[in-house]
Design a protein around this ligand. Structure first.
Ligand SMILES: Nc1ncnc2c1ncn2[C@@H]1O[C@H](COP(=O)(O)OP(=O)(O)O)[C@@H](O)[C@H]1O
Ligand SMILES: [Mg+2]
Length: 385
């Protein structure tokens, strides 16, 4: 998209999706003087609670999407499962950032991995498309076991995927995973999971945060350590890979690249998300300009300051009724910075909020120190796990 003048304060930014990512983007937008309109099917959505207007309809309701577009000056999204086609229609009404093309690539694990390997010259785990049982047999031969069988679309938080260690397991998983086609990926025995969040402007400026280390519990992000305790040359390589992907996509907006660091010190790209990411929440408290502000700045055409981290940080997600049930204790603990997403119902596995704990730069503690720092929350992260 060509360069446009920056949006002046009081311009209206449309965000498709009403979850916590939209909520925190809207909060950052408000600080810059913008007014946010949210599009979501959900009643009382986390983002609606902090936005000026909500258009409530299903994501495939074209007339509602068009009315929403006409009410805004620019459109972005915090939710990836809106139809890329619908978004392309909106692009006739208003600028859509990132572009529908970027969304389309990130929505499909096959398109995403092909793009990353062919266009951004980055490595991924070996992968193959699986549409029927013959292709499954061929893919298993090519990739070997253990492997991970995934749906190509609509997966999140580990849903729509299965780790398989035998042909029989692969066939059973093939029978249950929907919708087809599927993708078979080689299982990566990773040393760590890393991610890089960056913003790219219409003029090609890139602003990238330091890589962070992510620890998952039951396939849901549990803990992020910022910065990732990795050698500087690996950190630089991770940022270079993320920048190559952003450039190849001609991204205008925010991008998170999830990566595996394998036991040989090589980086393999796992997936990309062209929106704010859970592993970037620490930036609200540890950086002068957060991922949410960079998101809004990129979308609004404002300058993108190089990210600076004034502190090191640990971010712990509050997942499900048990962890959000500790809210009173969290509030009473000095040093824990609380973030509540305003969700009424705490279902198991639902992200309800997060806490951040800051440390002086270079003073990120080891596991024992982290456990102490996030008490009263239970520590699940164990090094070498
Ligand atoms: N090929 C793989 N090898 C090893 N672990 C994997 C692989 N693919 C996924 N995982 C694990 O499952 C988690 C979720 O998978 P991911 O592809 O990121 O899907 P999503 O985040 O959309 O649910 C990853 O963060 C990682 O821990
Ligand atoms: Mg993921």
């Amino acid at each position: 998209m060509s360069e446009r003048p920056p949006l002046p304060p009081l311009s209206r930014i449309g965000i498709i999706g009403g979850g916590q990512l939209g909520r925190m983007s809207a909060m950052a937008a408000a600080r810059l003087g913008y007014v946010c309109h949210i599009f979501t099917p959900e009643e009382d959505a986390p983002a609606s609670q902090v936005a000026a207007r909500t258009f409530r309809a299903d994501y495939d309701h074209l007339t509602a999407l068009e009315a929403f577009a006409d009410s805004c000056d620019v459109i972005t999204f915090e939710f990836e499962n809106v139809s890329a086609e619908g978004l392309a229609r909106l692009a006739h009404h208003r600028p859509v950032r990132p572009s529908p093309f970027v969304l389309e690539i990130s929505q499909d694990r096959l398109a995403e991995k092909s793009f990353v390997t062919e266009r951004a010259r980055a490595r991924t785990a070996p992968f193959a498309r699986v549409t029927d049982r013959e292709e499954l047999a061929l893919a298993l031969e090519e990739i070997g076991l253990p492997a991970v069988l995934k749906t190509t679309r609509l997966g999140y938080d580990g849903k729509g995927q299965a780790r398989v260690t035998s042909r029989a397991e692969a066939e059973a998983a093939f029978a249950t995973l929907e919708p087809k086609p599927l993708i078979l990926e080689g299982f990566v025995d990773f040393a760590a999971e890393l991610s890089v969040v960056l913003a790219r402007g219409a003029d090609g400026t890139i602003a990238a945060f330091d890589p962070v280390l992510n620890h998952h519990h039951q396939h849901i992000l549990d803990l992020t350590l910022a910065p990732a305790p990795i050698p500087p040359e690996i950190a630089e390589e991770a940022q270079r890979i993320a920048a190559r992907i952003a450039e190849a996509l001609d991204l205008v907006g925010l991008l998170c690249v999830e990566m595996f660091l394998d036991r040989d010190g090589r980086i393999l790209v796992n997936e990309i998300a062209p929106r704010p990411h859970n592993s970037g929440h620490w930036t609200i408290d540890a950086c002068p300009v957060s991922q949410f502000e960079l998101h809004i700045r990129a979308v609004a055409g404002l300058p993108l300051p190089a990210p600076r981290r004034h502190s090191d940080a640990v971010m712990k997600n509050l997942v499900g009724p048990e962890e959000i049930g500790l809210w009173p204790e969290i509030l009473a603990t000095p040093g824990l910075i609380p973030h509540h997403y305003g969700k009424r119902e705490a279902r198991p596995g639902r992200k309800m909020g997060h806490v951040t704990r800051l440390f002086p730069r270079g003073a990120l503690p080891g596991p024992e120190g982290i456990a102490a720092a996030i008490a009263p929350l239970a520590m699940r992260y164990r090094p070498g796990e």
